[in-house]
Design a protein around this ligand. Structure first.
Ligand SMILES: [Zn+2]
Length: 303
């Protein structure tokens, strides 16, 4: 009953925020959860001081008419067929973990992840799919990013979000509206999981690297699709744009100069050691020089 009391109190507080302030304040008011939930757990209210929330801009979509998002051409769609080997890897790694996910009427849980769909119990299928995606990819993302974060990732499904997803600490919130319209976009979950393992709090990292690395991880994990893949086009046309073009740039630098680029970048962004000369220190070429090379190598279309 005590937990129920705090649940009601927290809900009232959240509702008050939702009616009275901008979204950034709303999400920032949500607690960052550091404990592992279980299928029978009540909605946790304890937690540490909330960490800065990473808000997503509207994800690139082939159906959007917004000028800020790309509309892939037929050629791009053909070129963007997910790498079969990468997809196979993701599928193979997911298979042994499917049995690790169990669901009740409001939660799906696995050793690495919980998915709370208590606000919309009609989302059971998506909740299970999200838990499976999270479970299948969490450890390999953690290792790739050299993250020491082994706490449970908590995913909450929401129907009132403007963006596909947003992340604060180990809490990922996903838009049921977005995933109902784009059920193929499981990679957006992987993108948010990368934010969990970035852990860049307090270092003021460049936006383009925060979002570029998250998309890099998405594609590296095999979750490109016909309209979201490492390339440069409207919505993300420059290496400093973030998202898919920054991912293409990072792919180029990794392949051409430094196979350990991503772990090293993560390490220095996390520790506050990243500086404007970072790429020159690592490759002897400035970031702008690398971008010129990237364009000459046609990285805009192939990543
Ligand atoms: Zn992001």
């Amino acid at each position: 009953m005590k937990s129920l009391f705090w649940l009601v109190a927290a809900s009232l507080l959240l509702c008050a925020c939702l009616q009275g302030g901008p979204q950034r304040q709303d999400a920032a008011a949500l607690p960052t959860i550091g404990t592992q939930a279980s299928p029978t757990a009540t909605f946790p209210t304890q937690g540490s001081v909330p960490e800065p929330t990473i808000f997503e801009q509207p994800t690139n979509t082939p159906t959007s008419t917004t000028t800020s998002v790309p509309t892939p051409s037929a050629t791009e769609a053909t070129e963007s067929t997910p790498n079969p080997s990468a997809t196979a890897t993701a599928t193979a790694s997911a298979s042994p973990t499917l049995s690790a996910v169990s669901c009740n009427a409001t939660y799906c849980v696995s050793p690495a992840c919980t998915v709370d769909f208590s606000t919309d119990t009609g989302q059971a299928s998506f909740a299970q799919a999200a838990a499976e995606t999270c479970q299948a990819n969490n450890e390999k993302i953690r290792l790739k990013m050299e993250s020491s974060n082994t706490q449970t990732i908590r995913i909450v499904l929401r129907s009132d979000m403007q963006y596909a997803g947003q992340t604060s600490g180990n809490l990922i919130e996903l838009s049921t509206t977005w995933f109902t319209e784009h059920p193929e976009d499981q990679g957006a979950i992987v993108h948010e999981m990368a934010h969990v393992h970035q852990g860049y709090t307090g270092t003021n990292p460049p936006f383009w690297l925060v979002e570029g690395i998250a998309d890099y991880v998405r594609y590296w994990s095999g979750y490109a699709n016909s309209w979201s893949y490492a390339h440069c086009a409207s919505g993300s046309a420059h290496y400093t744009s973030g998202y898919w073009c920054s991912a293409a740039f990072l792919n180029y630098v990794e392949k051409t100069y430094d196979a350990q680029l991503i772990p090293k970048l993560n390490r220095d962004l996390r520790s506050g050691q990243y500086a404007g000369s970072w790429f020159q220190d690592d490759t002897t070429q400035t970031a702008d020089q690398l971008w010129t090379e990237c364009l000459q190598a046609d990285c805009r279309s192939t990543g």
